[in-house]
Design a protein around this ligand. Structure first.
Ligand code: PAF
Length: 295
């Protein structure tokens, strides 16, 4: 695996591959790689001739009181993991390389960025959209892979790519979970032993809500309230627990078929997010089959 830190060297490599008619897949990350990231890379390897991974802890997506300074930076371990899964190139830019001058351009994906995590982390998705747009312009890959664990991020990037006619295909990759169901996340490392034991309840509550809806309950507000209350009683500070339509992430109503339940909650100072994505069975015998959460 080659590691490059500047944009020109990265582009030279990609130019060379293009001349050889090789396709390129891209996995953007902020490092501290876990099995979820590795699945993105191994999926990318199946789809393209060459795989580029970036590691860049992007300052523009962190709010002033968030964990930018303490975000885990584990470059050496990350590099070893990427070599192991046969990554072709690691792009490891500095902040100066990505933002050589104070940036004056902003990218904001309208309504989508203001819901759910966007409401509690104002500006977060603008920072994500900005850096992903820059990276896509720098690399010009054929395929971009993102984890479904960050379901709203995936929706924001899909919308940005569609709105700006960015010529890249996007593939969402199913969430990778620990054996007890906790979604893999770089922030799991912040949890104390007691918090770590409690954390799988998030996924359990999502599954319970999904199963209640699949069993026919169509008062989604009541489903949300019940699970929110149970999580709060267990010691979580629930930011949101929202039953949404999976395409635009607006509140779902009983006629919607493809749903996602989005959840964010804090354990102490650690904020965790998770979701379940599923289809409801249609009563009209169209052959539309329900899909259980695809983790
Ligand atoms: O999901 C992440 O790790 C980040 O938000 C991303 C997409 C790499 C942009 O900084």
């Amino acid at each position: 695996m080659q590691t490059v830190t500047n944009i020109e060297a990265l582009r030279a490599n990609i130019r060379q591959w293009r001349q050889e008619r090789q396709s390129v897949a891209f996995v953007p990350t902020m490092g501290n790689l876990h099995a979820g990231h590795i699945k993105l890379v191994t999926t990318a390897k199946q789809q393209a001739d060459k795989v580029v991974v970036s590691i860049f802890v992007n300052p523009t997506q962190f709010g002033p009181n968030e964990d930018f300074a303490s975000y885990p930076r584990t470059e050496q371990q990350d590099q070893a993991k990427l070599i192991e899964c046969d990554t072709d190139l690691l792009f490891l830019p500095s902040a100066k390389e990505m933002y050589p001058q104070p940036i004056q351009t902003s990218i904001s994906v309208g309504g989508l960025s203001t819901l759910h995590c966007g409401a509690s982390r104002p500006g977060h998705f603008d920072g994500v959209a900005l850096v992903v747009c820059k990276l896509l312009n720098i690399l010009q890959p054929d395929l971009l892979l993102l984890g479904e664990k960050d379901f709203q991020q995936l929706a924001v990037i899909r919308r940005m790519v569609a709105d700006l006619n960015i010529p890249v295909a996007i593939q969402g990759v199913a969430t990778v979970r620990e054996t007890d169901g906790l979604a893999m996340s770089s922030r799991n490392g912040y949890l104390s032993a007691a918090q770590r034991r409690l954390a799988p309840r998030l996924y359990q509550s999502l599954c319970a809500a999904r199963d209640t809806i699949l069993a026919g309950k169509d008062d989604y507000q009541a489903v949300e309230d019940q699970q929110r209350q149970l999580l709060q009683q267990a010691g979580f500070a629930v930011d949101y627990f929202n039953v949404c339509r999976s395409d635009d992430l607006l509140p779902a109503n009983p006629n919607d078929h493809t749903l996602v339940i989005l959840l964010a909650a804090r354990l102490g100072t650690t904020r965790l997010i998770d979701n379940v994505y599923f289809c409801k069975q249609t009563p009209d015998r169209t052959g539309f089959l329900p899909i259980k959460e695809n983790a």
